[in-house]
Design a protein around this ligand. Structure first.
Ligand code: NAD
Length: 307
């Protein structure tokens, strides 16, 4: 029976929300993060926290007595990954193999790890250094399953959103970006073809339902799951939903899309049929999820964290 769970990237968006849910559900949580992007205040106080880099062997002792691991730590801000391919591979490839090794040495019974929908968004995106590092993660998983019989679950997240998503980074996630603009009374930027730019947005609580299920359900073992809402939403629809939820009357600034291959519209939607076979169904509507995210960002603004 799983009692103690280790989360890498615990000070980040998904990691901190997961840690909170694990504690609510009665699990003991060990958390690892080097706070390169994460925020210490987001880590629940019940977490046994270690400020350590996933590339360091110093973290091996922290895996002792752990039943299951969620490996979420990564360099994942895409422009930062493109600027520094060496550090991206160092963290996302060397760091990932080090986490798998630590889990294997400690005899951890199950290892969940983060993949990304970027692996399904066409050839151009697959050539980005973030995507390359995530492909390597998949092969590390295959190697550890084959050589050491480690039980794993690959979590292919689509656009996860919700409170604590990292709005501080230079290229902040689109939902946070739009909400912050509207809270400040400024018009968000849309492109003329944003009705064709469609993403699958899935709320963090739904993702956490799946995470918790991974701990007890053997049907997930050694499988890959695409985790999205199963529906896609155009950026125009997203803007209109945020406008409605915030009660804003602001109109967007609409521009021609730059002729840059990195910024072309995509149509991405998660095929959640595998997750549905184990009875996981995302429940949160976009409107409800956005309302919770708006409340979070309003409170960040009140604290003076958003200028
Ligand atoms: N949020 C999404 O929509 C999404 C989509 C696809 C994939 N993912 C993947 O899910 C995982 C979690 O994403 P997130 O949105 O919570 O990201 P995040 O940036 O909020 O959290 C990542 C955490 O990892 C930590 N970290 C980075 N390098 C580290 C290192 N060398 N050692 C220790 N800690 C380190 C950071 O400080 C941060 O707290 C990542 O692997 C990401 O690639 C997320």
């Amino acid at each position: 029976m799983v009692k103690k769970v280790l989360v890498t990237g615990v000070a980040g968006f998904i990691g901190s929300n997961l840690a909170e849910r694990l504690i609510t559900d009665g699990y003991a949580v060990v958390g690892i993060d080097n706070l390169s992007y994460g925020i210490m205040e987001q880590v629940p106080k019940e977490v046994q926290f270690y400020n350590v880099d996933i590339r360091s062997k110093d973290m091996y002792p922290f895996f002792q007595g752990v039943d299951a691991v969620f490996h979420l730590a990564a360099k994942n801000c895409l422009p930062d990954c493109q600027t520094d391919p060496v550090e991206t591979m160092d963290i996302n490839v060397m760091g990932t193999v080090n986490v798998f090794e630590a889990a294997k040495r400690a005899g951890v019974s199950k290892m969940m790890y983060a993949q990304s929908s970027v692996l399904e968004e066409g050839e151009k995106r697959l050539k980005g250094f973030y995507a390359i590092s995530k492909v390597a993660g998949q092969w590390i998983d295959e190697g550890y399953k084959d050589a050491f019989g480690l039980t794993t679950v690959a979590l292919r997240y689509f656009n996860v959103y919700g409170p604590r998503q990292d709005y501080r980074r230079a290229s902040s996630p689109i939902i946070s970006k739009f909400i912050i603009k509207m809270l400040k009374g400024e018009p968000p930027l849309l492109f003329v073809d944003d009705d064709k730019n469609k993403r699958d947005f899935v709320y963090i609580d739904d993702i956490n339902d799946f995470h918790i299920q991974c701990l007890t359900d053997e049907r997930v073992n050694n499988k890959l799951f695409r985790l999205g809402s199963g529906k896609n939403t155009s950026i125009n629809e997203l803007f209109n939903t945020i406008k409605k939820v915030t009660g804003s009357s602001i109109e967007p600034l609409v521009k021609e899309r730059p002729n840059d291959p990195d910024f072309q519209p995509v149509e991405s939607v998660a095929d959640i049929s595998d997750a549905a076979t184990i009875d996981w169904i995302p429940k949160t509507s976009l409107k409800t999820g956005i309302a919770a995210t708006v409340e979070y960002l309003k409170s960040e603004k009140l604290k003076g964290n958003i200028q």
